[in-house]
Design a protein around this ligand. Sequence first.
Ligand code: NAP
Length: 332
Amino acid sequence: MVVLRPRVFVTRQIFPEALELISAAADTEVWPDEQPPTPDQLLHKLESADGVVTNIMDRVDAPLLESSRQLKVVSQLGVGTDNIDLEEATRRGVMVGNTPGVLAGATADVGFALLMSAARRISESSRWLQGGNWEIQYHPMHWLGVDVHGATLGIVGLGQIGLEMAKRARGFSMRIIYYSRTRKLDLESEYGLEYMDPAALLRTADFVSLHLPLTPETRHYISERELRMMKPTAILINLARGAVVDSQALYTALKEGWIRGAALDVTDPEPIAHDDPLLSLDNIVITPHIGSASTASRLETCLLAARNVVAGVQGQRLEQCANPQVYQAKGI
Ligand code: NAP
């Protein structure tokens, strides 16, 4: 009897070590282009696939799940799953894997770099210098920034990345306040954190750092109202998803000085349009979603996603699953 091997589609090139893991268990096809497959191309590729390795730019919605009749597992490279219709996947018994635990440290490193860059005007002054503008000698009143050490960091969403931000902030003698859906008394005492409601946090923090997943509830979590609550000296850091912040309101806030500055690793949309007004501002630092992009972290992410997809096509529980409710229906 011929036993058919499962089929896995991988929507981008990933580390060869991870592809080897998948190929050992399944017939594997990798999308060869730098640009992602279009929705139609993805739909076509998944018609006969048992598993797929995705990232945030691949929309896995109800019509795609409807036409992917063989699909057992969607294995996301990353923690956030806002590109996937989780409810529909669960209803159809499709397991959704993600990769918490292997990228929080790397992402918080970038978060702290962004925070420091905005506070001490690192990127802004570097852009200025490289533009050929440095003609006046050292001047005691030029390029004044704000201190990071001793300032108050407000963390919104105290999950894995939020906690890593707190650990880094302790090294800078910062006061750390936080708001999260669930209060975490154990972490408060272990890391010296103070819980505050969202409005009090916005009014108190010198740096507001966002670490929420993007959900219907958190879309435009920071909008005009919230920006107006922040101190005029405050800096907003968004490392979560672009749409957690209303970018038009942010532009006005930065332009009119409601807040001092912003540092973003994520934008809405991605890539950000070349003529987006945010790009015209001096008091902003923007990086192209590089939070988890250290070699070590990305390798671990790819390996975990590979293990997830292999487990899924073999009908086993995933190492990390975003919708574990499916297990009961599947009896695994
Ligand atoms: P996580 O461990 O799941 O933490 C998210 C935290 O937000 C949890 O503590 C959660 O709830 C809290 N939360 C959820 N909804 C909330 C709400 N409405 N109000 C207040 N708190 C809420 O995830 P993570 O690993 O820290 O990642 C967070 C997000 O960062 C991801 O979803 C992803 O979008 C983004 N991310 C970005 C990059 C990048 O490269 N820039 C890399 C990785 C992840 P509880 O308080 O109940 O625990």
